[in-house]
Design a protein around this ligand. Structure first.
Ligand SMILES: C[S@@+](CC[C@H](N)C(=O)[O-])C[C@H]1O[C@@H](n2cnc3c(N)ncnc32)[C@H](O)[C@@H]1O
Length: 317
């Protein structure tokens, strides 16, 4: 009887120790298998303020070289590029579109001249808002364009949630110093089934350590010259997937070589105004990739039927 009691006590003790070890391990384990890059709790607007000052001081210069479309990656005939954007971002009649970082309204007013769409444009520069008035006035519009000064990081406060069929960033996303926060806001501002479309520069991955150092130095110079923060593709993708966006497309813009502008325009701009001027091409390693990233806010509840959540997607999508 005594032996049996001792045996039971030992078994119970071993069981308790095992349970304590299990609970301790569980408490120490990270919440998810992947480390999550989350946005800081508070948003620091000082970076956006600097961008506003930069464009207030330089918009005339940009317009002198770029015209009303302030994008480096483009076709010789820039209307071809805007038509390409319409197709690629799937802009269609009847949509409400947010052009986040809209410049002087060149793309927004072009879209509304081709389609019956309602475009809201946000720029952080009041000089650009002023200039957009004549850019819009000289177009025959099928739809509407409304451009205002505002920080795109505050798009939810400005417009509310579930508002847009499309949110497009056309070489404007990389001005953000809070890109994770920015994508989180775009998610909220999109209607379910709405599309976020980003066309921008992304830091190239290092082919080797030597080129990597050059790329880093050149990217830093671009960031300084243009108040930019060239995006890290990995962090953007991680954020997009964490939010359950549906990935539709990632690609280099599909422009025929014969129609491509070859970035001469940005070299002209740099040489003319000494902004980010490239002193020598010797040892230059091209530092960035231009990509289009197109993702959809799920038109269904991703938390329902989690075991096969994608089957909740409506069939007409
Ligand atoms: C290179 S320009 C591109 C302009 C326009 N997308 C185009 O294609 O002509 C960058 C634009 O991003 C805007 N931008 C940058 N940071 C912003 C912010 N925090 N809020 C709103 N707009 C911003 C600038 O005001 C500028 O209009």
């Amino acid at each position: 009887m005594q032996v049996y009691l001792i045996y039971s006590l030992v078994v119970a003790l071993v069981f308790c120790i095992a349970a304590i070890i299990y609970l301790l391990n569980k408490a120490q384990a990270p919440a998810t298998a992947n480390p999550v890059v989350a946005a800081p709790k508070s948003y620091d607007s000082s970076g956006s303020k600097k961008v506003g000052e930069f464009y207030n001081a330089t918009t005339d210069k940009f317009m002198e070289v770029y015209g009303e479309i302030i994008q480096a990656y483009r076709t010789v005939n820039v209307a071809d590029y805007l038509n390409y954007t319409i197709a690629s971002a799937e802009l269609k009649d009847g949509q409400r579109i947010l052009d986040a970082g809209c410049g002087v309204g060149g793309p927004a007013s072009y879209f509304a001249s081709q389609l019956n769409v309602a475009v809201e444009g946000l720029t952080i520069s009041d000089v650009q808002v002023e200039k957009s008035k004549s850019v819009i006035a000289e177009k025959q519009l099928k739809g509407t364009v409304n451009i205002r000064k505002g920080d795109y990081h505050h798009m939810v406060d400005i417009f509310g949630e579930d508002q847009f069929d499309r949110i497009v960033f056309l070489e404007s996303f990389g001005h953000s110093q809070s890109q994770v926060h920015l994508i989180e806001n775009a998610y909220k501002c999109l209607k379910p089934g709405g599309i976020l479309y980003i066309k921008d520069l992304f830091r190239r991955e290092h082919p080797n350590a030597e080129d990597g150092e050059k790329i880093d130095a050149i990217v830093n110079a671009i960031n300084d010259a243009y108040c930019y923060n060239v995006a890290d593709f990995t962090i953007i993708m991680q954020t997009i997937r964490r939010l359950n966006f549906i990935l539709l497309e990632v690609k280099t813009p599909q422009i025929k070589t014969g129609e491509f502008e070859h970035l001469t325009i940005s070299n002209d701009f740099q040489n003319l105004f000494d902004i980010g001027k490239i002193i020598t091409w010797e040892n230059y390693v091209f530092p960035i990739d231009f990509y289009e990233v197109k993702v959809m806010k799920p038109p269904f509840d991703v938390n329902k039927e989690k075991h096969l959540y994608f089957l909740n997607r409506p069939s007409e999508q």
